[in-house]
Ligand binder design. Sequence first.
Ligand code: DGT
Ligand code: CA
Ligand code: CA
Ligand code: ZN
Length: 577
Amino acid sequence: MARANDEVEALLREYADLIRITGGDAFKARAYEKAARAIGGHHEDVSRLDDKELRKIPDVGKSVAAKVAEYLRTGSVPALEELRARIPAGVREMTAIPTLGPKRAMMLYEELHIASVRELADAIHQERLRGLPGFGTRTEENILHGIGLLQSSAGRVPLDVATEVAEDVVAELSALPGCERCTYAGSLRRMRETVGDVDVLVAAERSAPFMEAFVRMPVTAEVVVRGAKKTSIRTAKGLQVDLRVVPPDSWGAALQYFTGSKAHNIRVRELAVHHGLKLSEYGLFDTATGERVVSRTEEEVYARLGLPWIPPTLREDRGEIQAGLAGELPEPLALRALRGDLHTHTDLTDGLAGLEEMAAAAAARGYAYYAVTDHAPNLYMQRMTDAKILAQREQVRRLDRSHQGMRILHGTELNIGPDGDVDWPDEFLAGFDLCVASIHSHFNQDRDALTRRLVRAAEHPYVNIIGHPTTRLLGRRPGVDADFDEVFAACARTGTALEVNAQPDRLDLGDELILRARRHGVRFAVDSDAHSTVHLDFMRYGVGTAQRGRLTEDDVVNAWPLTRLRRFLRKGRRTHP
Ligand code: DGT
Ligand code: CA
Ligand code: CA
Ligand code: ZN
C-alpha cells in the first residue's frame, strides 16, 4: 500500500497552504508544515500509531496529533474541509501557479474576482492587472510562464507516486490464482520523470477474474472503462491505471508493445518489416505466411530482429536501436552497483533523523561508504556554526566503521552564492572529506551571471559535486537559465562531478542534460539527498534517470571503490602542510 504517512503529509501540507491563503496565522501554517515533513519522513507507519505515539514524533504537537488521528479514523478533518469550502476550486488551482503564489492569487480573487487559471490568463491579455500594486509587465510574463508550466505538468504525477500505486496493484494481482506473469509497463517502466498513466499487464488464460479484482481494489476510486481486454480505473488522487490481460504465449510481444515508447516501437516495427516480419502486441509474424515466429519473451522478440534485449530506460528512440545492432549498447548503471551515497542530511540541519540512525539505515542497504553533508552557514535558517559542524565531525569519526564496516565521510552542502563563491575559507574546507555545492537562492539571475556562477563553483578547489545543478522542481519551478554546455565543460576540466539528485520532485540533472553533459566527459554522482531514513530509497529513481542518460558504472563516482573515489575527491586540493 502507498504509505499512510505520505497521505497524511499531503493533507497537513494542504492545511498549511490553506491557512496561508486565507490569511491565517503564519506561525501556525509553519507548524503544520513542519509536522507534515516529520510525518512524511517518519519510519513507522502512522496508521498504526495511537494519539500518544503520534505525539512522540518530533514537531507533532497535540492539535496536529488530534487531526491526524481524526483523519485516520474518519477519513476527513472538519477544520480542513471548512477552509476548503471557503475558496473556489479555481482559485486554489491559481495558487498552484509556481510564479504567482498563494498570497497574490488570493489578492487577485478578492480585488478583481478572478477565480480560475483561465480567467487569470484572459485578465492578463486584457491588461486588467495593470495598475495593481506589484504587477508590472515583467510579472505578467512570469505569471503566463507559470501557467504554461502548470499546464504542461497537468495530469502527470511524480515517479514515486506512480511507482507506489503500480507496486500495490501488481502485488495484489500477482497473488490471484491463474496469474502467470504480472508487471507494469509504459512510461513508468521506462522511468520517465513523470507519468501520465500507469499500464499494468497480466499474463493469464482467463481475464475476467483479474478485471473483477482490479475494479474492487482499495486503490480504485472510479472505474473509467471496463472490458475483457482492458480495464481502466482512477485512484482517489486522479491517477489512471490501465490493466490489460494477455494470453501467456504473447506475453513478450505485449510487454514490448505496451512498454513503448511509441517512437521506439515505430523503429522496431520498421526493423521487423525489413526482415519480412510484422510486429504487433500479439507477436512477431512472418509477413508472407502469417505464421507467428516468436512472442513469449521480450528477449526472443528483440533477438529475432538482431538486437540484444534493450533496457526499458533506453527505449526512447535516441539511438538505442542503432547501438544495439552495432553491439554497442551501454551496460546501464544498476542500483546494486552503487557503493554509497554522497549527499545526505541529518537533524543537525533540516534532516529528520540523527547521524547514527541515518548511518545504520545506510549500512543496512549494504553501502561501503556514506557521506553526511549537512547545510553550511550561508543558508541562514539552518543555523550552522563552525562549532556544530566540527562536533559532528568528531561524531562521524567515532561512528566510522561501526556499522558493518561502512566508512562514513564527513562532508557538507555548500551554498553557491550570487557570485559563485561558497561558505567558509579554504583552510576550513580542507577539513572535509568532500563538498557538495548547490544553488539555493537567486534563481532569476540572467544567463551570463548564472553561467559564471556555476563555472566559478566548479573551479573552486574544494567543490567536488554540483548538487541539483538546475534547481528545478518538477511542475513547480523551472530550472535556472544557464549555458550548461559551458558549465559541463568546466566540470570536466576541473574534475567536478555533476549530481543526479534522486528526489522524485527534482531528478536533477534530468536525462536530456545528462546526455549532453556526458559528451563533455563529465563524471556524475547519483545521490538521494536524503533528509530522512526513508528517503534513502529514492536512489532507485536517480538510477533510473541515470540509465535514461546512458550512464554506466564508470561514469558514476559513487559506483567506484573508495580508493578511486578518494583520488577523485582530491581534485585541485593541496594538502596543507
Ligand atoms: P504516459 O502514460 O503519457 O506517461 O506515457 P506512456 O508511454 O506510458 O503511454 P501510454 O500509456 O499512452 O501507452 C503505453 C505504451 O503503449 C506506449 O508507450 C506505447 C504503447 N501504445 C499505446 N497505444 C499505442 C498506439 O496507439 N500506437 C503505438 N505505436 N503504441 C501504443
Ligand atoms: Ca502510461
Ligand atoms: Ca496507458
Ligand atoms: Zn541537500
